[in-house]
Ligand binder design. Structure first.
Ligand SMILES: *[C@@H]1O[C@H](CO)[C@@H](O)[C@H](O)[C@H]1NC(C)=O
Ligand SMILES: *[C@@H]1O[C@H](CO)[C@@H](O)[C@H](O)[C@H]1NC(C)=O
Ligand SMILES: *[C@@H]1O[C@H](CO)[C@@H](O)[C@H](O)[C@H]1NC(C)=O
Length: 197
């Protein structure tokens, strides 16, 4: 029995569409209290999976339209070698590639404070990675960690999430991709490994 090419194409289309369904469904995940309750009830049947994400974060302090603003500091901050107390609020675009013109997939929104008095220049970073594209559109990851400016790898724990990332845990490894001493603007390479359901 030979199948017509058009029939074959129709079947293939259907298979592809069915495979894409969970991805599309994620983008418009039901976040009503009833849906969340159901989600928890079904949790024991759910399998934890590992998702790997890679993108770049653009932190612009001195641009015409800065994405990171100094909101507080102490009198002693300017005299401190580590700028102890300097506190920024940021809303940094996350892009697929390192170029600022690359496709934006979300924003890293949070607060960072220079939290060490000694010379290691540790910053405490509290941020939400808010995705607005692709299968994680509308989902967020919450990050709370130490951002040691002068260390190559800045490993920050993922402490939770929302939407597709409910009860997420994982790690962000941040690496400075480009830093301009004059402008203090930086592009940071984010490697995300996250366990979620
Ligand atoms: C900070 O400096 C200002 C101006 O010199 C001074 O008026 C203020 O008392 C100082 N604050 C503290 C907490 O030392
Ligand atoms: C992401 O979700 C929002 C809200 O549901 C929607 O308006 C927007 O078009 C979506 N973006 C993409 C790229 O799918
Ligand atoms: C740093 O920024 C300044 C001001 O925009 C620019 O003139 C300079 O070329 C930049 N340096 C590097 C290494 O990109």
């Amino acid at each position: 029995m030979k199948m017509k090419t058009t029939q074959l194409i129709a079947i293939l289309w259907w298979v592809v569409a069915m495979m894409a369904l969970p991805i599309l469904a994620h983008g418009s995940i039901d976040q009503s209290p009833e849906a969340v309750k159901n989600w928890f009830k079904e949790l024991r049947h759910a399998k934890e999976k590992l998702t790997e994400l890679h993108f770049y974060v653009h932190d612009r302090v001195t641009a015409e339209s800065p994405t990171s603003v100094l909101v507080a500091q102490a009198n002693a901050t300017s005299k401190s070698p580590t700028m102890f107390g300097a506190t920024y609020v940021f809303d940094d675009p996350m892009t697929l590639g390192p170029e600022p013109s690359s496709q934006i997939i979300g924003h890293a929104q949070g607060i960072s404070s220079s939290a060490s008095k000694e010379d290691d220049a540790s910053q405490i970073a509290i941020m939400n990675l808010v995705f607005n594209d692709g299968k994680f559109n509308g989902s967020t990851l919450s990050v709370l960690g130490d951002y040691p400016f002068f260390q190559k790898y800045k490993e920050m724990p993922i402490v939770g999430g929302s939407g597709a990332f409910r009860l997420a845990r994982g790690l962000v490894t941040a690496i400075i991709y480009a830093y301009n001493d004059t402008t203090q603007n930086e592009i940071i390479d984010f490697h995300v490994l996250v366990l979620h359901y």
